[in-house]
Write a protein that binds this ligand. Structure first.
Ligand SMILES: Nc1nc2c(c(=O)[nH]1)N[C@H]1C(S)=C(S)[C@@H](COP(=O)(O)O)O[C@H]1N2
Ligand SMILES: [Mo]
Length: 422
């Protein structure tokens, strides 16, 4: 390690750092990681698949920032935010880039330059961003009750708790942009990205990433077209130069690298990849779009980490697409015999570390005193102000695309004395 020479160490992969130490040029990204542009060091990210970089929760509670060991504040630094890309981000020059406004609900269809958007009134909001498929790995791989082969799971990213983050977003109101193009009685709005996704199951083999949202949601005051994240230009992997932010909705609809917005007087039926973002399965007679993000929470530790015995403080964060968090409870089980978990600490109210804000995660902590060596699992269960509570894992409703899992799934931790090995 070069220590003091690298004040903010997250921007290098281990391989790049090795190459630099050896005086070599950094290597090109490996083909299995070519859907992401920035460095994603393995001490801050887990690569679930190409383009799917999960945020590790350990560094959220305890990370090296500016050379000091501290947790993240309420916002995740840009270079630590999870990434979900279906293709390599398009190369965009914002001097020639245009946002096209099209569709039969516009009386003045037009384009916007980057500067024109920047000149419009700007809004800055703190918002959690949570992948609709976050926690998908915790779904049983078959629907409860049967191996009906119509409902075998299709492939989806096996996220654990870390397809989530929070940032301060700056942009223009979508409604101002629609008004400047003369929108009249819009019904549905389609947001189309400039990335081209290749998948043999798509008609023609390719599609642009796009999502449809009802005009009612798009015209809300906190629906933004975002160009800044935590005060900086949107990073390439997060949608440079412009992305959508639909406050409270699952991030699958926050289209990145926006190129076109189609404003329609009619319903726009889901097409292409959009059909994978619907809730389908035995519990859904008709496919249902995933809109509002579920209430979820996570503990600020990586899986199966070893903690020292003694007094432990469990910390975590809870969030909901339906608004603000109301309370969080935490419980702990201990492995008493192989396969047999017993209650170690019954559900106990956690202390919220700030006043919960709508659509922002809130930090919580709970003391866990006098912990003895053993194998434990910790669960956090959040409730939002709308009354939604995280269900028991066995009560989560299965769906074929692995969306919306929010059971209070356990995180396994080991408590053991420090090793006396040299
Ligand atoms: N154009 C485009 N937009 C996209 C995606 C994508 O693959 N292409 N992924 C979506 C999904 S599923 C998620 S969870 C969020 C991830 O945003 P982030 O990578 O900035 O965290 O972007 C959404 N917007
Ligand atoms: Mo996602």
């Amino acid at each position: 390690m070069t220590g003091a020479a690298v004040p903010y160490l997250a921007v290098e992969t281990a391989a790049a750092a090795d190459a630099r130490d050896l005086g070599q040029a950094p290597a090109a990204p490996a083909p299995e990681n070519n859907f992401v542009v920035q460095a994603t060091p393995s001490w801050y990210f887990i690569q679930r698949e190409n383009g799917s970089q999960e945020m590790k929760w350990g560094p959220v509670g305890y990370a090296v920032l500016h050379g000091e060991h501290v947790g993240y504040g309420e916002l995740v630094p840009n270079d630590r935010m999870y990434i979900h890309n279906r293709a390599r981000p398009p190369e965009i020059d914002r001097r020639t880039w245009r946002l096209k406004l099209t569709g039969d609900a516009l009386t003045r269809p037009r384009t916007f330059t980057y500067e024109e958007l920047l000149a419009m009134p700007s809004v800055t909001l703190k918002r959690t961003i949570d992948c609709g498929a976050n926690c998908a790995a915790f779904f049983p791989k078959l629907p409860p009750g049967g191996a009906d082969d119509r409902w075998l799971p299709v492939g989806y990213t096996q996220w654990h708790f870390g397809a989530v983050g929070a940032a301060e977003w700056t942009g223009v109101r979508a409604k101002d942009v629609l008004a400047a193009a003369g929108a009249e009685n819009p019904v549905d709005v389609q947001f189309i990205g400039l990335d081209v996704i290749r998948n043999p199951s798509l008609p023609g083999g390719t599609a642009r990433y796009s999502q449809v949202a009802p005009a009612g949601k798009v015209l809300e005051d906190d629906t933004l077209l975002v160009y800044r994240m935590n005060g900086q230009d949107l990073p390439i992997d997060h949608g440079y130069p412009l992305r959508l932010l639909l406050s409270g909705w699952a991030a699958v609809s926050y289209v990145k690298w926006l190129g076109e917005i189609e404003v329609s007087k009619h319903r726009i039926p889901p097409s292409g990849l959009q059909t994978r973002h619907l809730l389908t399965g035995p519990a859904y007679p008709e496919p249902v779009p995933l809109t509002v993000g579920p209430v979820r929470s996570a503990i600020e530790h990586d899986r199966e980490i070893t903690l020292a015995p003694g007094d432990i403080t469990l910390r975590g964060r809870a969030w909901s697409g339906a608004g603000a968090i109301e309370r969080v409870d935490v419980s702990v089980e201990r492995l008493a015999a192989p396969g047999r978990w017993v209650t170690e600490m019954p559900w106990r109210a956690a202390r919220l570390l700030s006043t919960p804000q709508p659509y922002m995660w809130v930090r919580f902590e709970v003391p866990w005193p006098g912990v003895k060596p053993g194998q434990y699992r910790v669960m956090s269960r959040a409730r939002d102000k709308a009354g939604n509570v995280q269900p028991r894992p066995e009560d989560v409703v299965w769906n074929q695309h692995g969306l919306g899992y929010n059971g209070h799934y356990p995180l396994e931790l080991i408590v053991a004395p420090p090793s006396d090995m040299p």
